[in-house]
Design a protein around this ligand. Structure first.
Ligand code: GAL
Length: 681
């Protein structure tokens, strides 16, 4: 049973973000508090990158400046999210412990001068981290301003050094017991990789040609566990020092993925997420929805916290997100709240005067108080104050009710990173996001689920490209289908077991019987190649020679070597109550949306509104303690009218006779009568 966890205050939403007072003089601190108060900021995250100011030499702590900052914030009525600064060890640390600097795959030892320059397995790093976490917990653990602990920042640093090799071996010994089992799991007979002694086993360092895929995925699994262990050590010293505040560490919505978020979610009091939009257009809104749904799901359906988002420009890796259009900051923030976030926090409060992220947007930009961004910050603070009642979570039942679930696991991601797949265009994130995006466009609330989880709460479960599956994952899907649930599976799922060994006698060996099909050959498509299906639908990336056994074909391939063979299949299951579908190619967005419209309708899954809102309008229902709240976000270019039995908390307007919502506007409607019909036109 999960232990009862400390939670964030449920009476209002947190608003604010990363605050770096160490970059400013004390006069600016006073000004910051004034501006925060004026904007309704109630949470400042301090300490994230303060190590060299907090511990300027080994074991010497200088907390006096942080004491003054925390006091100032407290006097100003602003809560503190206190971060341990362990993502950025100071220069003295790397000179004292050169063995604790990270080593890349090809053996290059990095040096300080940026951030994240540490080896997560180095004993000196782990020791220094728990030492400073202990000192901070002892000093601030019961400070009345403290809202939560933010341990580290975005765990995800990799290293391939000898410390890591040792920790990897211990992890493998726990997983496999002996070398025979390791050799079997790693299929080490291939290319003469048989291991005779544990010392021969290494991280997947740079080698001559392709890596062993099972070694690679085990290394990813190990690294996630190793980072989690580093987190646990900090968490345990904070708890041992007596602090009872909730503890989190911020995830980043994976664009690369270093964590297995389900097991992390079990250990965090509060899941928190950093999310940066990947598009200036509507796909950015779908991306925000994806981040929100993943975060809530990783949090076990409970409230989570948006720890970072950008107010505007994100100048990273040469690509530049244009400034957010007016109103987008509010709509984005509401999208996260609608999906269960307990706040809208930002990176960052004040734009730095220099440094690597000098051009990164902030709530207080270089222009200062007299700026469009700060004015929108004030408006956002006021809006979050007006919707505060929606922050109180329901005593029972789901926070965001959803009939549809999508299977998600980091293993699926890691398996498709392998360099020797039958198509380099296979992309886990793309598969999952395309399905989520289509459901978002169709107006469905979506949960993500862990392989092996109980699925009885859902009407429809979707499995996009989950290459390897263990027994528990297959058993859970089988039980769900036997109980009358609807299941849809996409190509390259269930082909292998958890060690990435292909299951023989026809793909996808793990799911053949469940799907009622057998595939004897994959036919990946070349980059520009497409294949037409029997109703004109277009397939790309992938195709398969599918034979039906107990399923029937819904759509056939209409051309090419597979002409006349099934492309999308279906079989009735669960004594006729459910259906199992298989999609053997990558459909274009419109075709995928049309397919999902059919699958959701057949499964009896309910969208948030019975009648779909116009394109570009997003509607999400979040349940509260005494009422439920309908968030309506008009991302489109046209005005709409919302009609239903509810009152908009943002404007106090009633929607009974129709509430006009201009392009770019949003409403948060307290539903007066549960289940009353709504329309958005
Ligand atoms: C986050 C990170 C922040 C800042 C931000 C820039 O991932 O936690 O410290 O670097 O990215 O977008």
């Amino acid at each position: 049973m999960p232990h009862p966890r400390p939670t964030l205050p449920g009476s209002s939403f947190l608003f604010g973000g990363d605050y770096n007072p160490e970059q400013w003089d004390e006069q600016t601190w006073v000004e910051d508090v004034r501006l925060m108060q004026q904007a309704g900021v109630n949470a400042a995250t301090v300490g994230v990158f303060s190590w060299s100011r907090l511990e300027p030499s080994p074991g010497t702590f200088t907390f006096d400046w942080l004491d003054r900052v925390v006091e100032l914030l407290h006097e100003g009525g602003i809560g503190v999210v206190l971060a341990t600064p362990t993502a950025s060890p100071p220069p003295w640390f790397s000179l004292a412990h050169p063995d604790a600097l990270p080593v890349t795959e090809d053996g290059t030892r990095l040096t300080h001068g940026s951030r994240d320059t540490y080896c997560p397995s180095a004993p000196a790093y782990r020791e220094a981290s728990t030492r400073i976490a202990t000192a901070m917990a002892e000093r601030y653990g019961d400070h009345p301003a403290l809202l939560a602990w933010h341990l580290h920042n975005e765990y995800g640093t990799f290293c391939y050094c000898d410390h890591v090799a040792g920790a990897f071996r211990s992890w493998l010994q726990r997983r496999y017991g002996d070398l025979d089992a390791l050799n079997a799991a790693w299929y080490s007979a291939f290319w003469s990789q048989g291991y005779g002694r544990w010392e021969e086993v290494l991280p997947p360092r740079r080698t001559q040609y392709l890596h062993n895929p099972t070694q690679s995925i085990d290394f990813r699994r190990f690294m996630s566990d190793e980072l989690l262990q580093a987190f646990r050590e900090q968490r345990d010293v904070v708890r041992a020092a007596g602090s009872t505040k909730p503890i989190t560490s911020n995830f980043m919505l994976p664009t690369w993925n270093h964590l297995e978020q389900w097991s992390w979610g079990e250990e965090l009091d509060v899941v928190s997420m950093d999310h940066y939009l990947d598009s200036t257009g509507p796909d950015g809104e779908a991306h925000a929805a994806y981040a929100g749904d993943l975060s809530r799901s990783w949090a076990g359906g409970r409230p989570w916290l948006l720890m970072e988002q950008a107010a505007g420009i994100i100048p990273l890796h040469g690509s530049r997100m244009a400034a957010k259009a007016p109103g987008r900051m509010l709509r984005n923030s509401l999208s996260y709240l609608a999906r269960g976030s307990q706040g809208a926090l930002f990176f960052q409060w004040r734009a730095p005067a220099a440094g690597s992220e000098v051009w990164h947007s902030a709530l207080v930009p270089h222009a200062g108080e007299h700026s469009r961004l700060y004015r929108e910050t004030v408006e956002l603070g006021a809006a979050l104050g007006r919707v505060a009642e929606a922050a109180v979570p329901p005593a029972e039942g789901p926070l965001v009710p959803a009939d549809v679930a999508v299977l998600w696991h980091a293993d699926g991601w890691w398996a498709l990173e392998d360099g020797a797949l039958p198509s380099q265009a296979l992309d886990y994130s793309d598969s999952v996001r395309s399905v989520h995006r289509a459901l978002w466009q169709l107006g469905f609330a979506v949960d993500f689920v862990r392989p092996g989880a109980d699925l009885t709460a859902y009407r429809l479960v979707l499995v996009p490209s989950m290459f390897g599956m263990d027994d528990a994952a297959v058993a859970a899907l089988t039980r769900f289908v036997a109980g009358g649930g609807d299941l849809a599976v996409w190509y390259f799922s269930g082909v292998a077991d958890e060690h990435l060994h292909v299951v023989a006698e026809g793909y996808p060996g793990r799911l053949r019987d469940l799907l009622g099909i057998r595939v004897d050959e994959f036919l990946p498509l070349a980059a520009e190649e497409e294949v037409r299906l029997s109703d004109g639908t277009t397939g790309r990336v992938w195709s398969e020679a599918v034979e039906t056994t107990t399923a029937t074909s819904l759509l056939d391939y209409a051309e090419g070597p597979l002409a006349g063979r099934p492309a999308i299949t279906r079989r009735d299951a669960g004594d006729g109550a459910g259906r199992v579908s298989y999609v053997s190619t990558r459909l274009d967005a419109d075709d995928l949306r049309a397919l999902l419209a059919t699958l959701t309708a057949d499964a009896g899954a309910s969208p948030v509104l019975a009648a779909a809102p116009p394109p570009g309008v997003e509607v999400v229902r979040r349940r509260g303690a005494d009422a439920s709240y309908l968030f309506v976000l008009n991302h489109g270019d046209l005005p709409v009218t919302v009609t239903g039995d509810g009152v908009d908390l943002l404007t106090d307007g009633t929607a009974r006779e129709g509430l006009p919502l201009a392009a770019g506007d949003a409403a948060v409607l307290r539903e007066q009568a549960a289940g009353s019909p709504w329309s958005v036109r």
